[in-house]
Design a protein around this ligand. Structure first.
Ligand SMILES: Cc1ncc(COP(=O)(O)O)c(C=O)c1O
Length: 325
């Protein structure tokens, strides 16, 4: 099955800006404390443009933009969007103008990802409206304005979570299966952050296409588990259609126990997980995305959900630029 998936992916244009495969290592402190295999896959170290999960998506998305002859990229996200920073890096290197439509007032001092957006030469449009839909609407309006001016625009969905963007994480399944062979073990579960849902959707589509037994558990950071599952399922189905496979709805597992009061609102468990990962594992996770997934992993280990011969993989999807905000 993996070969068929590999062949299906090869039909799509693709860049190779990421340094892949990403490293994988045992989280000794957690593994020793809880008596099971706890590993970390370092997608925060994809290398290009400060790294993170978006490189896998943008390798496919920007290749598609170039194949369509586009000259302008539009990315939409929050002021501190990791995706927008990565889009700005791809555009800079691939000769595309980049416009970022960012939800949030223009701060006096640009920090974290926004500082990098400026360094990369992206044009930033700040939308001050607590309703997310206003930022999305402005992305579409900007696309029309730029098109009227004669630009050929490639506007990307939030977080790069279009079916094509998800292919990056279909491919990640093949990579993780190779990791398993190299390490001589099999993973029972992957724990990751799920936001716009593309990363989880790609993993689910890849898992089902390869008939892989590993559970893919998405820790919600933006909305409740029911809404998140439905968003992930539709995206996974669309990604599976692209590669000629199908998805089992039971493969979509989401957990909103770490969501707290919502997107980017810190929880005590997340703050503790950020500190524990830094101080006991030497790994930096952030307060918006990976810290909440890390808190979920720790809660599962505390509850005894994994133990003995189980191997669990924490998928570190990046975001540490936020620590410099
Ligand atoms: C660091 C980080 N991790 C995880 C995610 C969530 O990935 P997805 O939006 O594909 O669900 C994001 C999304 O922006 C992110 O920036």
């Amino acid at each position: 099955m993996s070969n068929a998936v590999c062949d299906a992916l090869a039909q799509f244009p693709r860049l190779s800006r990421s340094i892949l495969p990403t490293p994988i290592h045992r989280l000794d402190y957690l593994a020793d404390k809880y008596g099971c295999g706890v590993y970390c896959k370092r997608d925060d170290m994809t290398g290009f443009g400060f790294g993170g999960n978006k490189t896998r998506k943008l390798d496919f998305l920007v290749a598609e933009a170039l194949a369509l002859g586009c000259d302008t990229l539009i990315g939409v996200g929050a002021n501190q969007s990791n995706f927008c920073r990565m889009a700005a890096a791809y555009g800079a290197v691939d000769g595309l103008d980049v416009h970022l439509v960012l939800g949030g007032a223009k701060p006096e001092l640009a920090t974290g990802n926004l500082r990098l957006d400026h360094l990369l030469g992206a044009t930033c449009h700040h939308i001050v409206d607590p309703d997310w839909r206003a930022t999305i609407r402005e992305g579409k309006a900007l696309e029309m304005r730029l098109t009227d001016e004669g630009r050929k625009v490639f506007r990307m969905d939030i977080g790069g979570s279009s079916p094509v963007g998800c292919l990056g994480y279909v491919d990640a399944v093949l990579e993780i299966q190779d990791d398993e062979k190299r390490l001589g073990l099999s993973f029972d579960a992957i724990i990751l952050t799920t936001g716009s849902g593309g990363m989880q959707a790609g993993l689910v589509a890849g898992k089902d296409a390869c008939d892989w037994g590993c559970q893919v558990i998405g820790m919600c950071i933006a909305q409740d588990a029911e809404k998140q599952s439905s968003a992930v399922l539709s995206l996974a189905e669309a990604a599976a259609t692209l590669i000629g496979t199908q998805v089992d709805r039971d493969s979509v597992i989401t957990d909103d126990s770490q969501l707290g009061e919502g997107y980017a609102v810190r929880t005590e468990a997340c703050v503790q997980a950020v500190e524990l990962f830094a101080r006991k594992c030497g790994v930096f996770v952030d307060y918006v995305y990976t810290g909440k997934a890390a808190a979920g992993l720790i809660a599962y280990l505390e509850d005894g959900r994994f133990g003995g011969d189980d191997n669990v993989l924490f998928l570190h999807s990046g975001g540490s630029a936020e620590l410099f905000e």
